[in-house]
Design a protein around this ligand. Sequence first.
Ligand code: NAP
Ligand code: GCO
Length: 266
Amino acid sequence: MTDFSLKGKVALVTGASYGIGFALAKAFAEAGAAVVFNDINQELVDKGMAAYREAGIDAHGYVCDVTNEEQVGAFVEQVTKEVGHINILVNNAGIIKRIPMCEMTAAQFRQVIDIDLNGPFIMAKAVIPDMIEQGGGKIINICSMMSELGRETVSAYAAAKGGLKMLTRNIASEYGAYNIQCNGIGPGYIATPQTAPLRERQPDGSRHPFDQFIIAKTPAARWGEAEDLAGPAVFLASPASDFVNGHILYVDGGILAYIGKQPGGE
Ligand code: NAP
Ligand code: GCO
């Protein structure tokens, strides 16, 4: 019987007070894992704890900035002491800045790279030694359509998510021998606070042009929901994926396979 259970595992999801991270952590709890999450400040952690309680989940929340190596070291040590050895790490925390590249400052570019690429490096580096001690582990990096495609105004984000795809493959290559599987999930366009500006109704009540664009580019003809990512994440976090390594699993409703519906087409 293929084992999709996470019973007895400790799963750490970064930036999981809400959005995609929250949906993944909730799914992990439903599959039997103890859930740990962090966010950037106490207010967000408290908000997340209330949401997990509301969902009947006894989560463990901590304040930690994934770009701060000292904070991350202390965070991982505290979790290991208070909750247990970390068996599953999901690098979910991330930001986006939608600015035309030539108008973006180097500081803005660096901030996106720092959170979306350096953060996953720092988190993975902090958990891998104990995973090796424990005989293995699972690392899941939340990539993006922008790990494969570019578009106007998201240069820093695409550079970070493209780098995250290759960091995923390199961790798989370097630590696969220690029974650590490192894979990515590439969500399509998901309805969360991060994409809310792309879905805002226009003053005349019509759909945002980008909203219409994504509907035309997605065979499923809809935006994804964070819950659409739960099953793929449980699969990659479970023993069922022990021979899957260095793979980016795109959960995009078919965007990457589809040229897009012609304007006014059937
Ligand atoms: P979101 O709603 O903006 O949530 C991101 C979370 O990460 C927030 O709780 C955020 O806290 C936290 N965070 C930001 N910087 C952090 C830091 N330095 N340390 C710790 N936590 C930090 O985003 P989302 O839509 O759920 O996306 C989650 C992940 O999926 C991101 O990596 C994103 O790039 C990726 N993704 C999203 C989509 C999509 O369509 N939504 C598609 C593909 C990939 P704050 O609230 O303080 O910022
Ligand atoms: C954007 C969106 C995308 C999504 C996601 C797609 O501005 O194009 O925010 O980047 O967040 O990454 O997979």
